[in-house]
Write a protein that binds this ligand. Structure first.
Ligand code: CUA
Length: 169
């Protein structure tokens, strides 16, 4: 995922560079500009960027992080934050099982980030007092998963870590 984001970012940076170069070249060329042609060109560019924007947004947002409807067979795990520790209701989660994380906080705003055994961030959401944020996730590999606080929440924010295991069924 990070590789894809890097690729798309570089592509868009390149595109912006091409547009800049085109503008500089056009401004140095002589002659009266054709206003009608410019207008058509501008509209085409706007439509093209709108389409690219929609496609990039759609592709990069899937699978929808907020798609967390309960369904049969899904397991529920309660994750509650407090300064400066996590309460996780289930420390062993079976592999290839849909899990719904119900995330909330006892005190201030925290952020929960779940990292795979290789240290890659899988998902994150806010842990807020009075609000339950739900995240649905299916783990595909057994191992030890780390939970880190993703939002500064006071003096011992850095120490607010925990772990759970994903195990074979
Ligand atoms: Cu909890 Cu930072």
């Amino acid at each position: 995922m990070q590789g894809t984001i890097l690729f798309v970012s570089l592509l868009l940076i390149g595109l912006v560079a091409v547009v800049f170069a085109a503008v500089v070249l056009a401004s140095t060329s002589r002659g009266e500009p054709d206003k009608r042609a410019m207008e058509t060109h501008r509209v085409r560019l706007m439509v093209a960027f709108a389409i690219i924007g929609f496609v990039v947004t759609y592709v990069s947002l899937r699978p929808w992080p907020h798609e967390a409807e309960a369904f049969e067979g899904a397991m529920t795990v309660e994750v509650t934050a407090s300064q400066w520790s996590w309460e996780i209701s289930q420390k062993e989660i079976p592999v290839a099982t849909s899990v719904i994380f119900n995330v909330q906080s006892h005190d201030v705003n925290h952020g929960v980030g779940v990292y795979d055994p290789k240290g890659a961030l899988l998902f994150q959401t806010q842990a807020m007092p009075g609000v339950v944020n739900r995240v649905k996730y299916t783990f595909s590999e057994p191992g030890s998963y780390r939970v880190l606080c993703m939002e500064y929440c006071g003096l011992a924010h850095h120490g607010m870590t925990d772990e759970f295991k994903v195990v074979e069924k």
